[in-house]
Design a protein around this ligand. Structure first.
Ligand SMILES: *Cc1c(COP(=O)(O)O)cnc(C)c1O
Length: 383
């Protein structure tokens, strides 16, 4: 694939859109499970929805690869399908993984509860302390896995060190770039081998589909795609269509969310009822220096604690009128949750506290509503 030198705003609209089918400006939904063949050919070349090779899949693969300047990309039925298929493909057989501990709940569960069942193993690392990683290496270590911005405390790993560590040791570096999006950070540019996404979040942006993606080295994307073909976690053409449409406004949405989240984080940090705010865009944040160096924007996700703790948090969530109290993130609407009651409710309270997730912590996914309306609503609820 020749590199697409156009800017990301242009690529979100146009990459992967040609040749136009019968002149259609918007790629139609190819609602056909199978396609005519001339006979012969290899299994993975048969055109079939599960084999991820219909026109709707091909268009998305090209657009996603262009957005993060990857050699290749694939879409999957969900973020978890993309993540688990990637790890099973890279680690097997008998492989060992290094991963940060503060991970998306599904990924954390997969490592801690399921990996051993497949004969695979892992060790957690502190992603901000590269000097501690080599001690965890084993002869079977095949990969290192981090998230660009961790949930729900918005920590930023030492990203350049992760990519360099993997390269020096000949292991694969993977990063979950869901929170940053290709608008704010493109991991392959600093040497990551593979970037994974939950397209359910910012890439689609409208809270109406579930999807996943893997972007990066063509050799690995091909192997993971074959794994996906066999495991069957393929994206349906209708979801492909919605994702492609959603991605066209990605840049507009994310830039607005960056701006709004920074204003809201500053407002909260200055409010007397607020104890702490976690947002890499704040100069006081421990990840700020790294985020400022690598990111084009600090993202639309932040979390905070009220001085009144859990009781105050519950009252506050009952009083806001614009944010919807719901899990998930990355859509056009502002969402709020208390991770201790949702994403991290499966963890023992002491384990939760150990990783800094207090019972009063509130997570905010900033939407595209008017920022003044959002701040006025927060003011009313805090007073
Ligand atoms: C939601 C999410 C996932 C899982 O994605 P699904 O589309 O729900 O399978 C993985 N990583 C991160 C960071 C997420 O936010």
């Amino acid at each position: 694939m020749t590199a697409d030198k156009r800017r990301i705003d242009t690529k979100t609209v146009h990459a992967g859109e040609t040749p136009r089918v019968m002149g259609a400006v918007s790629l139609p939904i190819f609602q056909s499970a199978m396609y005519e063949t001339a006979g012969g050919g290899a299994y993975h070349d048969i055109k079939y929805i599960r084999l991820n090779n219909t026109p709707n899949h091909a268009a998305l693969h090209a657009k996603l690869a262009a957005l993060e300047n990857g050699e290749a990309a694939l879409v999957a039925a969900s973020g978890m399908a993309a993540i688990t298929t990637s790890l099973l493909t890279i680690l097997r057989p008998g492989g060992h993984l290094l991963a940060q501990e503060s991970l998306y709940g599904g990924t954390h569960d997969f490592l801690t509860k399921d990996l051993a069942e497949f004969g695979l193993s892992f060790d957690f690392i502190d992603p901000t302390r590269p000097e501690t990683w080599a001690a965890k290496l084993r002869p079977q270590t095949r990969a290192i896995y981090v998230e660009t911005i961790s949930n729900p405390l918005m920590q930023v790993p030492d990203l350049e060190a992760v990519a360099a560590f993997a390269r020096a040791r000949g292991i694969v570096s993977l990063i979950d770039n869901t929170f940053a999006t290709p608008v704010n950070f493109r991991p392959l540019e600093i040497g990551f081998d593979l970037s994974v996404h939950s397209c359910t979040k910012y890439l689609n942006g409208h809270s109406d589909i579930v999807g996943g993606a893997v972007i990066g080295r063509a050799d690995w994307v091909t192997k993971i795609l074959h794994g996906l073909d066999i495991l069957g976690g393929s994206m349906d053409p209708h979801a492909c269509f919605l994702l492609q449409r959603g991605m066209k406004t990605l840049v507009l949405r994310v830039r607005r969310q960056n701006e709004s989240a920074l204003r809201i984080a500053r407002f909260l940090a200055a409010h007397p009822a607020v104890a702490t705010v976690h947002y890499p865009g704040l100069e006081s944040d421990p990840g700020h220096e790294r985020a400022a160096r690598f990111f084009d924007g600090f993202g639309g996700m932040l979390s905070f604690e009220l001085k009144g703790g859990e009781d105050a948090a519950k009252t506050f969530l009952g009083r806001v009128t614009i944010p919807i109290i719901a899990p998930s993130l990355g859509g056009v609407e502002t969402l709020m949750t208390r991770p201790a009651a949702t994403s991290h409710s499966g963890m023992a309270p002491e384990d939760r506290r150990k990783i800094g997730v207090t019972d009063g912590l509130i997570r905010l996914s900033v939407g595209i509503e008017d920022t003044d309306d959002l701040i006025e609503d927060l003011v009313r609820a805090l007073d």
